[in-house]
Design a protein around this ligand. Structure first.
Ligand SMILES: [Zn+2]
Length: 379
């Protein structure tokens, strides 16, 4: 898939949503009310064009990579190894409040790490932040990492000190270390883990492999075709990366979860598998209310607009992280799609100079989530 294209609908006879039902194997990057951005082959784009869609080639992938995937851009980001080292230093600097846990191992044997932050006197409620289910979404490592760093380094200051005495914050910044390494060293736009599939292709999408409504859809955005970017895997929790998260959540019984992705600047809440809203009115109001509140907090920092919406409004997905954490445990669960907003701003390849502002704007939203759950736990 060597081309990046914008697809628009010529009219109501060819609604854009139908593009997401055609089993073409394209890589869906952006879905907006009036257009879609895809990575695709020439043949795939021709097929869409013959179906009546307007197809505009924006650039080829090689051009996109040479513009954005520079050595400078990569230098500001962690590798799996440098992340491990820094997490270890944080834990060693403050053993009274921080502990590094290996929650599992990836297919290639890399540790999947989580930092437990809390002074051990409170213990509950516990909140989980995760990053980098998708390999190419490097900013989704940095935001939770910077959250962990700030919470450890400022553990004695209000309001963090009081949170850490009455609860715990767990941060797992890189759920998919094999994929991330592959994206760093081999293919910058790699998305999935590094499972060798039965048909010889590589990768299961970890964010389609969770065990709530797993596999009930078969669409380009939630696919049963192993070579597809959103391959759901042979069964729920078939992957060691999702097993690690499953076992951690089962053990620690978190009160809420935020999982970071990129890009598009969205705040997504369940469901992904259906257009119907979550049936429990109180849960729905809580999650919609928190999403709107987080939107305002994020915008207040650098005027960035992150749009709150139900996950399925972006596109349908079955087996994602937050459908599972909400569907199985009933806890408030959000997927935050970080910067940038568009492919023209780099898409998955965010310049390293934007790591700090992206963290700065997400900081008050993450803090509000912690504050809400630690001071007023539900249920
Ligand atoms: Zn993602």
């Amino acid at each position: 898939m060597n081309l990046i294209a914008r697809i628009t609908s010529p009219g109501p006879q060819s609604p854009l949503s139908e593009v997401l039902r055609v089993p073409l194997g394209v890589d869906v990057w952006e879905v907006k009310p009036d257009y879609m951005i895809l990575r695709a082959t020439e043949a795939q784009l021709e097929r869409l064009s013959r179906m009546g869609y307007q197809v505009e080639q924006l650039e080829d992938v090689a051009q996109h990579l040479s513009a954005f995937a520079t050595a400078d851009a990569a230098a500001g980001y962690h590798s799996a190894a440098s992340l491990e080292e820094e997490l270890r230093h944080l834990a060693e600097a403050r053993p009274d409040v921080a502990e590094l846990r290996e929650i599992g191992r990836s297919i290639e044997g890399r540790p999947i790490l989580a930092l437990r932050i809390g002074d051990r006197h409170g213990g509950v409620p516990k909140i989980l932040f995760m990053g980098c289910h998708h390999a190419r979404e490097w900013i989704a490592v940095e935001v939770p990492f910077l959250l962990a760093k700030e919470m450890v380094e400022r553990a004695d200051e209000p309001p963090i000190a009081s949170w850490l005495s009455s609860g715990e914050v767990w941060v797992a910044p890189m759920v998919n270390p094999d994929g991330h390494e592959h994206s760093r060293v081999e293919q910058r736009l790699w998305r999935k883990n590094r499972r060798r599939n039965q048909d010889g292709t590589f990768g299961v999408d970890p964010n389609r492999n969770y065990g709530y409504m797993w596999g009930i859809l078969n669409l380009p955005t939630s696919s049963h075709v192993p070579s597809d970017e959103t391959y759901v895997g042979p069964r729920a929790f078939s992957e060691p990366e999702t097993q690690a998260v499953r076992d951690l959540v089962a053990c620690e019984l978190f009160a809420g979860v935020i999982t970071y992705h990129s890009y598009s600047q969205l705040i997504l809440y369940p469901w992904g598998y259906t257009d119907r809203p979550v049936p429990d009115a109180r849960d729905r109001e809580l999650m919609v209310g928190l999403a709107i509140e987080m939107q305002g907090l994020i915008r207040g920092v650098h005027s960035s607009v992150y749009t709150p919406q139900q996950s399925s409004e972006l596109y349908p997905t079955a087996g994602d992280t937050t459908d599972w954490t909400y569907g199985t445990y009933g806890i408030p669960s959000f997927t935050i799609e970080l910067r940038p907003r568009t492919v023209q701003e780099g898409g998955f390849i965010l310049p390293a100079s934007q790591i700090q502002p992206t963290w700065e704007e997400n900081r008050p939203a993450a803090f509000r989530f912690i504050e809400h759950l630690i001071s007023a736990p539900i249920g």
